[in-house]
Design a protein around this ligand. Structure first.
Ligand SMILES: C[S@@+](CC[C@H](N)C(=O)[O-])C[C@H]1O[C@@H](n2cnc3c(N)ncnc32)[C@H](O)[C@@H]1O
Length: 365
């Protein structure tokens, strides 16, 4: 197999322009997905896709990626892009911050657009806003030099807070031809929400910053966006415990559901316990909250001759993060304690997680 064929192996194979974030690897090879190399412009929260379709028609020499988490909007956007005959657009079903942290390498985007992000106007809801300190750090990291970040909003308080955050990053400066912030918006930005709010007589604000210097993403951003520093997807985690469990009913009835780990940026919870249909294993329904990421998944434990395997159920689609590895490790620990098994034979959770669990694993993979 040549390099291109090898790279294509972990890529979704369909020709659909609509992709799911969960189906994509960490930092996919966009040139494979677009079938060409070109500057990439990203819009987050594309709504019905008017803006991205207009931009992609105006700049056919660029590749455009639109991220949106509402499927009904995405389908409208897909229909629009297909009807316009655009071949330079891909649409991703996913959350904007997660996509920005997972799918793009540092210095890989020539533009990032946010048109009317949900404003969360009440002060007690400000923490739900997409544009906060870790997000602006990600923007600074993922833009290439001279790449621009634009945000349009009708919320004065959101505009001022985003302005303050962007201004606090040395690598971001007001874009050429702007002083970083203006009231009113140039032609070409008349999205559905622009029309809606201007018809109501609301003031519109626009932020325009460019990346003008090198920027190293701070380590702490990974506490909020756990995929931010990964360069490739982590392998599906598994643990092999020495010793066999024969009566899963006894184990299941001894497991206490509830919060197993509660730390400032990490919560691991076991929500339900089931016995496998053939009676030869256990399923744990788990929740892992790590910073802004919340993932539900099933841990499966099953015995084979002389050992017990603890793994993520193969049907689960998730992002393997440090928190997922920790969750699997904690689940294995709970089983070992209840079944009185002492030895972790092999594990691919990595040394940092082994230390966190207090494990001395002979067969680290
Ligand atoms: C107020 S609408 C604006 C739509 C469009 N940009 C416009 O200007 O007409 C906000 C859009 O962003 C999407 N959205 C909000 N937060 C998001 C997030 N964190 N990730 C992805 N999409 C998001 C919503 O589903 C919605 O489609």
């Amino acid at each position: 197999m040549n390099d291109m064929a090898l790279e294509a192996c972990d890529m979704p194979s369909s020709n659909d322009i609509l992709l799911a974030e969960l189906e994509l690897p960490v930092r996919p090879k966009w040139r494979m997905l677009f079938r060409r190399d070109a500057p990439i412009e990203l819009e987050i929260g594309i709504g019905n896709g008017e803006f991205i379709a207009a931009m992609a028609s105006m700049r056919p020499e660029h590749n455009f990626i639109g991220v949106e988490y509402a499927l009904h909007y995405l389908r409208k956007a897909r229909n629009r892009v297909v009807a316009c005959g655009l071949t330079n657009v891909l649409l991703i079903h996913g959350e904007g911050g997660t996509c920005l942290s997972k799918l793009f390498s540092p210095s890989s985007l020539s533009s990032i657009y946010l048109n009317f992000p949900d404003p969360w106007e009440k002060p007690r809801h400000y923490k739900r806003r997409l544009v906060d300190e870790p997000f602006v750090c990600l923007v600074a990291s993922r833009l290439c030099i001279n790449g621009t970040f634009m945000m349009v909003t009708d919320s004065h308080s959101y505009a001022m807070s985003a302005l303050e955050l962007a201004s606090s990053i040395n690598a971001l400066s007001p874009a050429v031809g702007s002083n970083g912030f203006c009231v009113g918006v140039p032609d070409g930005f008349a999205t559905k929400y622009y029309r809606k709010w201007t018809a109501h007589g609301r003031q519109i604000y626009m932020l325009r910053f460019a990346k003008t210097g090198y920027y190293e993403l701070p380590e702490w951003v990974s506490q909020h966006y756990p995929l931010a520093h990964l360069e490739e997807s982590l392998p599906m985690p598994h643990v092999i415990i020495g010793g066999q469990i024969n009566d899963w009913n006894i184990i299941a009835s001894s497991i206490e559901v509830g919060v197993w780990v509660q730390q400032p940026m990490l919560v691991i919870k076991c929500e339900e316990v089931f016995i496998e249909r053939d009676g030869n294993g256990l399923l744990l329904s788990m929740l892992c909250v790590e910073g802004k990421m919340q993932q539900r998944f099933i841990v499966r434990a099953l015995s084979r001759v002389g050992e017990t395997v603890v793994q993520i159920h193969p049907a689960c689609r998730l992002n393997v993060t440090r928190g997922i590895q920790q969750s699997l490790g904690v689940a294995a620990q709970v089983l070992m304690r209840i079944a009185n098994l002492k030895q972790v034979k092999r594990s691919n959770l990595g040394n940092a997680v082994h230390r966190w669990l207090g494990w001395d694993v002979g067969g680290t993979e």
